[in-house]
Ligand binder design. Structure first.
Ligand code: DHB
Ligand code: FE
Length: 284
């Protein structure tokens, strides 16, 4: 049986990818950001999963206004890094897990969540930056990765509640896969940031830290927060945080198990325009 052993949460910022790719991680501006992931890189080496189910958002890269799937499951054998305007990042191609992805599709769709199945797509900074933060610069990513893209760019976006319930369904799907696999689920994006308009540059440390507290201790209540609260309090791009609720909904305590262990917590402002938040939660 496959099992979800841990969930990882982290912000993504394109400039973080550039800093890694151009060897700038030790510069004074960037050092405090990357220092928060030193523990995490070591932890991931010691707790290497077979598969990462990576919840992220595409930024009008693989998708566009031509086609806007709310929840898109990557079922392909591989996913190349996208060209976001400066050529593809020099990072490994993502190797998928079509068998597990297909099983999750069957289970979750029969559980009444309408997923879009994607057999061909490239992956942008929303997926590659979290992998770089957690893995550094390896020749190949350390395990298979199933990309799961959530629309948080074009309204209407899914509610936190639906994301949380989807996490529950993903957990059930993984646990009914008939192969011994160690699976981690990652929720990425956020925390507070707004990239455009009169409030561009908005950061809300207090709200972000309360979000981290509540994600740990009362995720179900947190999932009821309306999307307009994210936008008001954490900026227009703060809505990326609903994706963290998918990962949290897949943890053991949500299905009646023991509460997760808080293995690591980190918060730093700023990285580009964004507040960087990071958590590792482990199922006991
Ligand atoms: C930034 C943050 C994002 O989440 C993103 O998708 C693009 C840019 C930023 O802070 O620069
Ligand atoms: Fe983003």
């Amino acid at each position: 049986m496959a099992r979800i052993t841990a969930s990882v949460y982290t912000s993504h910022v394109p400039a973080i990818g550039v800093a890694i790719d151009q060897g700038k991680t030790a510069e004074p501006y960037w050092q405090p950001v990357f220092q928060g992931y030193d523990f995490s890189k070591q932890w991931l080496k010691e707790n290497r999963p077979d598969v990462i189910f990576l919840v992220y958002n595409d930024h009008a890269t693989a998708f566009s206004l031509d086609m806007i799937p709310t929840f898109a499951l990557g079922t392909a054998a591989q996913f190349a890094p996208a060209d976001e305007g400066w050529g593809p990042r020099p990072v490994p191609t993502v190797i998928g897990h079509p068998e597990l992805a297909s099983h999750i599709a069957h289970s979750v769709i029969q559980d009444d969540f309408d997923l879009t199945l994607v057999n061909r797509m490239t992956v942008d900074h929303g997926l590659t930056v979290p992998l770089s933060l957690m893995c550094g610069q390896p020749e190949a990513w350390p395990c298979r990765v199933i990309p799961f893209a959530v629309n948080v760019v074009q309204y209407p976006v899914p509610s936190g509640r639906r994301c949380f319930e989807l996490g529950r369904a993903i957990r059930k799907a993984v646990e009914s896969f008939d192969e011994d696999l160690n699976v981690q689920i990652w929720g990425t994006g956020g925390m507070s940031h707004q990239l455009q308009g009169a409030r561009a540059g908005l950061i809300n440390r207090e709200w972000d830290n309360e979000f981290l507290d509540r994600l740990i201790s009362e995720p179900e209540a947190l999932s009821k927060l309306p999307h307009v609260d994210y936008v008001r309090e954490a900026g227009s791009e703060g809505i990326e945080l609903v994706m963290w609720l998918i990962a949290r909904g897949a943890m053991a305590d949500i299905a009646g198990g023991p509460p997760p262990k808080v293995t690591h917590r980190f918060y730093h402002v700023p990285a580009s325009n964004t507040a960087v938040g990071h958590l590792i939660l482990e199922n006991p």
